[in-house]
Design a protein around this ligand. Structure first.
Ligand code: MYA
Ligand code: JJ1
Length: 388
């Protein structure tokens, strides 16, 4: 069934429901000196490369590989189109390791044909904060698929993570592997319904006309919460406090400090947007919301080539209702010309999705931990983690 995954320290389908196996690491760490010193062998025509994401040419090569070969929807109508600026941000958080940005090139031509990355994170699982790698951007060129290259790349990133004395990882995928800690659904809020329908992202509902649909999704011109403004550097300590308090209730969530918040939440144009609510009376920051920008290429459409999508990231409401806060997030996304606002059913998102006219998508996202067993799967609303 899973020739590769059966050999890995992950929850195995055959152990499902076995309550005699405890939660926690599946295998114990070895001394770093005992970690294999040489890279895994690639097929003879290919070689490993470490990608320097500060180098504009390398960043462009990675961007081009992903924009032509990364994740598509089940009908191959859309493909994620992460921008260079996004990749630069996503791959260089505090304490990142360049050695975890791994490419594969064709020896003869030096063409980049595969990629996988890790970035360090502290993730709390129940009561334990665990140092992990967040693994993302696994991509093999379309012409090199099904040659078992992916397992070699996963083993190589694992080796390089072990060399930093880190023994666990978190990752997400659209496919089912052994064994998800939870399975989330994507929800979509139309901001530009006419374009979404024109490109086949959504359909005109039954008994709906285009003009009724446009009216249905219309939003106010301006945000409604007094004191709602863009997050600034001076807000970092307050946002960290809000996030720590909020995330503590979930079974799995990142353990963010001020440095992490500065990196992951401070706005970067066309990459990540964050807003706070500063009380007009007390000047206290009481709420915040954020989204990241991940456009998709529209494959095979005469009129449009990109879908501009915002993805809900971390949101914390203490004084304002989460519903009103997210409505303001939709309003700013509309002002900034996004076509759609996407969200997973994680954290407390269920409390606003239907009311704010999000509809369920056809895509699912499975969350996984490497070398950490959870006896019982979580519900999406027990999950406090969003990966990019
Ligand atoms: S998820 C996004 C993944 N990328 C895409 O979907 C882009 C488009 N697709 C491709 O580029 C290829 O199809 C990929 C597979 C590269 C995905 N995660 O080489 P193969 C297993 C894990 O012949 P290919 C993301 O980036 C598959 O079950 N395993 O297949 C997070 C089979 O194993 P088994 C996957 O299609 C990545 C084997 O690979 C995935 O040419 C997290 C087949 O290999 C997948 N998404 O290439 C990675 N897809 O026989 C794990 C297929 O056992 C990280 N497979 O079923 C683990 C933690 C590591 C660090 C640990 C540190 C301690
Ligand atoms: O975007 C997705 N689906 C869209 C488009 C579907 C096109 C045909 N397959 C969708 N649209 C309906 C929207 C509609 C708007 C009005 C209200 C009702 C709903 O459902 C899906 C998510 O739903 N996206 C994907 O399939 C992309 C891949 C998702 C897996 C990601 C793996 C990530 C890797 C991680 O690192």
């Amino acid at each position: 069934q899973h020739r590769f995954w059966e050999t890995q320290p992950v929850g195995q389908f055959k152990d499902a429901g076995d309550t005699s196996i405890p939660d926690g690491p599946i295998e114990q760490p070895t001394p770093v000196s005992a970690v294999k010193q040489e890279p895994y062998n690639l097929p003879g025509l290919y070689e490993w490369t470490t990608c320097d994401m500060d180098d504009d040419h390398t960043c462009t090569e990675v961007y081009t590989l992903l924009s032509n070969n990364y994740v598509e929807d089940d009908e191959n109508m859309f493909r994620f189109n992460y921008s260079k600026e996004f990749l630069h941000w996503a791959l260089r958080p505090p304490g990142y390791f360049k050695s975890w940005h791994i490419g594969v090139r064709v020896k003869a031509s030096k063409k980049l044909v595969a990629f996988i990355t890790g970035v360090p994170a502290r993730i709390r699982v129940r009561d334990e904060v665990v140092r992990m790698a967040e693994v993302n951007f696994l991509c093999v060129h379309k012409k090199l698929r099904s040659k078992r290259l992916a397992p070699v790349m996963i083993k190589e990133v694992t080796r390089r993570v072990h060399l930093e004395n880190i023994w666990q990882a978190a990752y997400t995928a659209g496919v089912v592997l052994p064994t998800p800690i939870t399975t989330c659904r994507y929800w979509h809020r139309s901001l530009n319904p006419k374009k979404l329908i024109d490109v086949g992202f959504s359909r005109l509902g039954a008994r709906m006309t285009m003009s009724r649909t446009i009216r249905l999704y219309k939003l106010p011109e301006a945000t409604m919460t007094p004191g709602f403004r863009k997050m600034e550097l001076r807000d970092v300590p307050a946002v960290t406090r809000l996030l720590k308090g909020y995330l503590s209730q979930f079974a799995v969530a990142p353990d963010f400090d001020d440095n992490d918040v500065e990196h992951w939440l401070l706005p970067v144009e066309d990459v990540v947007d964050s807003y706070v609510v500063e009380s007009p009376e007390t000047h206290e920051v009481t709420d915040f919301c954020s989204f990241y920008t991940l456009p998709s290429s529209i494959l095979n459409n005469q009129n449009y080539s990109v879908l501009k999508a915002a993805y809900s990231y971390y949101n914390v409401a203490t004084k304002t209702s989460l519903l009103q806060l997210m409505n303001d997030a939709l309003i700013v996304a509309k002002q900034k010309d996004y076509d759609v606002f996407n969200a997973l059913d994680v954290m407390h998102n269920e409390t606003f999705l239907k009311e704010l006219k999000f509809g369920p998508g056809d895509g699912q996202l499975h969350y996984y931990l490497y070398n950490y067993r959870l006896r019982n799967a979580l519900t999406p609303f027990e999950l406090g983690l969003v990966l990019l």
